[in-house]
Design a protein around this ligand. Structure first.
Ligand code: DQA
Length: 147
């Protein structure tokens, strides 16, 4: 099973961003743990981060074929990234949207996700566990359906 893991804008700054919201771990540390868990689950990950919506869309378009699912933390694009939303819909793969912080317990504008309607599910507020649980879900039948 091949899974794309996509990190949106500013997530390259993890470990230096507000640690009370996003935790102390760097993106590299989270990615290492994801790779370790993927090995246990027999999954192969392709991981990508960009601060640009266009680069994220290019990645989705060029890696969809041959992939079985997508884990994405769209970061702030969650709330207004319509082009990214359309690219994810066009990918026709099960998508799990993840967030480190609980987007429903913060500013009002963060409570709306334009990505959620094209996702199989969303995991928000569990720190790096949000990613790890998404990985577990995608490798099981229940989480692997497109909708
Ligand atoms: C985030 C939540 C977003 O609102 C924010 O813009 C981020 C990170 C999270 O993982 O909690 O950059 O997606």
């Amino acid at each position: 099973m091949k899974i794309l893991v996509i990190h949106g804008p500013n997530l390259n700054m993890l470990g230096r961003r507000d640690v009370s919201l996003y935790g102390k771990e760097t993106l590299e540390q989270i990615n290492r743990e994801l790779q370790r868990r993927a090995k246990e689950l027999g999954a192969e990950l392709t991981i990508f981060q960009s601060n640009s919506e266009g680069a994220l869309i290019d990645f989705v378009q060029t890696h969809t074929s041959g992939a079985d699912g997508i884990i994405i933390n769209p970061a702030a694009l969650t709330h207004y990234g319509y082009s990214l939303r359309d690219a994810l819909e066009d990918a026709k793969l099960p998508v799990i949207e993840v967030h480190l912080s609980n987007i429903y317990a913060r500013e009002e504008w963060r409570t709306r996700s334009v990505i959620a309607p094209v996702a199989r599910g969303q995991i928000s507020g569990l720190g790096k566990q949000s990613y790890l649980l998404a990985l577990t879900a995608l490798t099981q039948k229940e989480g692997n359906r497109k909708k």
